[in-house]
Write a protein that binds this ligand. Structure first.
Ligand SMILES: [Zn+2]
Length: 383
């Protein structure tokens, strides 16, 4: 056949569509994100969510690993250092502490809860006959004297109402002391599908970013001079427990912990209190209560983001810690950084985050994994 090869001409609109197709979370990714956020899994009760992670990653990973606390990990094998990319899949929740004669449930918290966000929120109690819906309640304000109405009701004065009227009815519903509770909060996309709203972003979005980065590395055949091990860790919210056991098992040479950040673009927050803003890119934690990051690794992240033209926000979290607190002290130590997706209203029934920030976090993890070769990793600890 004769003729000239025509240069490919596309309109700006087609170009944008193409860019989005390459650089945005696809339907499969959004599907597992929704499934993970809606799954049941407070600290110590992560089986349901981690079974979903396992089923999703099994066809992608070269090898699946677990520890004996419930963390599930998945690796892509290669030559060179072992890179751990971890996010925790437990969510903040509650555990039933007693059942009253009148059929109400008292509770302890699994992870940190602020008393002010609890009242009138719907919850799900997982008993032995399946899930039971309820609401967190207290003495109604109508019967309180005026000065008491102004006071914050404390957790210890709240109870869960499942509509029962006696201890026997609670028992018949299959609920016992020690049963777990989570918020009831469906996943939705808002703001022209640019913002996601759900429970459990802290920190299933971190585990999701690790999974999505590894899926792309595998599916697109992206070369990496290392073995990458993704991990969905357990029991972070009650003291970074799963991070310790999986770090021991994997024995990483370097680690990237993925977390949520406290988005500071909420009325009343000063820049020194929370630095990152939703929609302005992933964050890099420069200091928190559990870790001072390895400095050459921190600079390497900043430089990599610059090279790859990925927006990056520097943040600090003086009042909190992450799984990195344990991972960086594994055995003889492990250079570790924490990358974040800025999230509004964490540790409540509903968090908000930007899908663009999530996408950029995935891209940054991939760019880092591509560059973490033996020489670079050795350089992080060289004097
Ligand atoms: Zn948290």
């Amino acid at each position: 056949m004769k003729g000239q090869i025509q240069p490919l001409r596309i309109t700006l609109k087609q170009c944008v569509t193409l860019y989005k197709a390459i650089h945005m979370l696809d339907e499969k990714a959004l599907g597992i994100m929704k499934e993970m956020m809606e799954a049941f899994g407070p600290s110590g009760f992560e089986r349901e969510v981690n079974a979903k992670v396992k089923a999703y990653m099994e066809p992608i990973a070269d090898e699946m690993l677990t520890d004996k606390l419930g963390t599930v990990a998945f690796s892509l094998k290669g030559e060179g250092p072992t890179v751990l990319v971890a996010g925790h899949t437990d969510e903040v929740g509650f555990i039933i502490s007693s059942i009253t004669k009148e059929g109400y449930l008292t509770f302890n918290q699994l992870g940190g809860w602020w008393d002010q966000v609890l009242l009138a929120q719907r919850v799900v109690v997982r008993g032995r006959n399946g899930d039971v819906h309820g609401v967190i309640a207290s003495k109604p304000p109508h019967i309180l004297p005026p000065d008491e109405r102004k006071k914050v009701v404390e957790k210890k004065d709240m109870y869960i109402d499942i509509g029962a009227s006696s201890e026997e009815e609670v028992e018949a519903a299959g609920i016992k002391v020690g049963d777990p509770v989570v918020p009831w909060s469906p996943f939705s996309l808002i703001q022209d599908k640019k913002v996601a709203m759900a429970k459990a972003f802290d920190d299933r979005i971190g585990a999701f970013v690790a999974m999505e980065a590894m899926r792309r590395i595998k599916e697109q055949g992206i070369p990496h001079p290392n073995t990458v091990v993704g991990a969905a860790t357990v029991q972070e919210e009650v003291g970074l427990r799963g991070a310790q056991t999986i770090a021991h098992k994997v024995d990483p040479d370097v680690a990237i912990v993925l977390e949520v950040d406290i988005a500071g673009d909420v009325p009343g927050i000063k820049p020194q209190e929370a630095q990152t803003k939703m929609g302005k890119g992933p964050g890099l934690i420069t200091y928190d209560r559990s870790m001072i990051p390895n400095q050459p690794f921190k600079e390497f992240v900043i430089e990599t983001a610059k090279q790859a033209q990925i927006p990056l926000q520097l943040s600090q979290m003086a009042g909190g810690g992450t799984d990195a607190g344990r991972i960086h002290m594994n055995r003889a130590g492990c250079p570790t950084v924490v990358l974040t997706v800025p999230t509004r209203h964490i540790h409540s029934h509903v968090g908000l985050l930007s899908l663009k920030d999530t996408e950029n976090a995935v891209r940054l993890v991939i760019e880092l994994v591509k560059r973490l070769d033996e020489k670079t990793v050795e350089g992080f600890t060289a004097l």
